[in-house]
Ligand binder design. Structure first.
Ligand code: GLN
Length: 453
């Protein structure tokens, strides 16, 4: 079948099914069919690459020229991006077919997709449950087979946690591996884009397109991009796996703990050896992150002032009124909470007590990982402490929501790559196994994940 037929089939599925899941904010039917037609021509001419003609979706945090890029915020509901993110350019150049832009938490702040201006996305396994967040729409779309793959971004777990909760595969690359240019900034020192797919093999194909140096991103790393599909079938004999004892703590759902242990047994059968390790500062990762990420967010989000682009309030009386009301009306509650925490933590007199302290903890967390990763090849544990929770269950308790990121956040603070792969179900809801590796060990992670699948 042709790319046009394949694309049309997915567009039909989105039309028929997405009212149940709300996983897309924008469907770009016309452009998708045009891209598919071009791809079919390239295939016929013999100039196609590995990704040519394959449909996928972009998280609505990536700027797409001529297409609304909302970041799931009222602030950007009317924003048509005048340029493409580097990641978007790369998929265009590879001949990919964008089906549309997926739902997410507003400005990627959340773990449940409930802070979206466009309403919550639903978990396809149980539509009364959240899909996780912030890349909840991407996870739901892939799980419901409305798209074979999607991009996501991960600042504290936003690729891995929704992947786990929706039973799919998600990879957060090493910080600097995927360009952040045109990816709307939340916390610049933590943000990283990556693939969300059914399988590790698909993730490898996506990462082949996404990864690489970009002169437009000052933290992009100039390092060769390997073929991420090359090592998928390597045997795992001799692999050493570290199990951090802090990841198997009291609050972990006992059945998730069992699924994780069962997965580890599988790896032993595949030739791996397992040892207990310790990441002693794990518990500090949440408080440190919830200073650093809001601090960076308060700075990044200052550009939304109602003047240059995005939402502007009606009839401002003066400039101050314009700023205040545009931001007051344009941002949702969680975004405002982060801006206030961040501005407070950075303010004179509190900077040392909060921001500097958090940076010191960040260093300790990084050192913990460096020590363990000098002794083992990969670290494994559960991706989340619980399976998907009910919509509304945690909205009144932000700290309970923040605690859902306990296993994912430390990785972003260290800048390391991590993956979540499907790991069975608990009461009919999927769980994820997290696989963590050293800097730029994406190929190894994909290999380990592929052997498990
Ligand atoms: N849940 C975390 C937060 O709300 C992480 C979000 C993300 O990775 N974008 O900040």
């Amino acid at each position: 079948f042709s790319s046009v037929e394949l694309t049309q089939a997915y567009l039909n599925r989105i039309k028929a099914e997405d009212s149940k899941y709300n996983s897309f904010i924008t469907v770009t039917e016309e452009q998708a069919l045009a891209q598919a037609k071009t791809a079919d021509e390239a295939i016929a001419a013999g100039t196609a690459g590995a990704f040519t003609g394959l449909p996928f979706a972009h998280k609505d945090i990536f700027c797409t020229q001529g297409v609304r890029t909302s970041c799931a915020s009222k602030m950007l509901d009317n924003f048509i991006s005048p340029y493409n993110a580097t990641v978007v350019e790369k998929f265009n150049a590879a001949g990919g077919v964008m089906l549309g832009k997926t739902n997410m938490d507003e400005f990627a702040m959340g773990s449940s997709n409930e802070s979206s201006f466009y309403g919550v996305a639903k978990n396809p396994w149980d539509t009364e449950c959240v899909p996780g967040g912030s890349s909840g729409g991407s996870a739901a779309a892939v799980a419901a087979q409305l798209a074979p793959a999607a991009t996501g971004t991960d600042t504290g777990g936003s690729i891995r946690q929704p992947a786990a909760l929706c039973g799919i595969t998600g990879l957060k690359p090493t910080y600097g591996r995927v360009s952040r240019f045109g990816m709307i900034a939340f916390a610049s020192s933590l943000d990283q884009g990556g693939p969300m797919t059914k399988t590790a093999e698909d993730a490898a194909m996506m990462l082949n397109v996404m990864a690489g140096f970009d002169k437009n991103d000052s933290t992009s790393v100039d390092r060769e991009v390997p073929d991420y599909t090359a090592d998928l079938n390597k045997p795992l004999d001799g692999l050493t796996i570290g199990l951090p004892k802090e990841f198997f703590m009291d609050d972990l759902d006992s059945e998730i703990a069992e699924r994780t242990q069962a997965a580890i047994k599988e790896f032993e059968k595949l030739g791996a050896t397992v040892k207990e390790v310790s990441l002693p500062n794990t518990a500090l990762s949440i408080p440190a992150y919830y200073i650093i990420a809001p601090a960076e967010a308060s700075s990044n989000l200052s550009r939304f002032d109602g003047v240059r682009y995005g939402y502007r309030c009606e009839n401002p009386v003066d400039l101050e009124d314009l700023y205040k009301r545009s931001r007051g009306e344009g941002f949702g509650a969680e975004v405002k909470r982060r801006i206030m925490i961040g501005a407070y933590a950075l303010s004179e007199g509190f900077y040392d007590a909060y921001y500097n302290k958090a940076q010191q903890i960040r260093r300790l967390i990084r050192d913990d990982y460096a020590k363990v990763l000098s002794e083992v090849d990969v670290i494994m544990g559960p991706t989340t402490p619980h399976p998907a929770f009910k919509i509304g269950e945690k909205t009144s308790d932000p700290v309970a929501m923040y605690m859902e990121d306990i296993f994912t956040i430390s990785l972003n603070l260290a800048g390391l790559p991590g993956m979540s792969v499907p790991c069975g179900t608990v009461n009919g809801l999927p769980t994820g196994l997290q696989i963590i590796g050293d800097y730029f060990a994406e190929q190894k992670l994909l290999n380990v994940a592929h052997q498990f699948q």
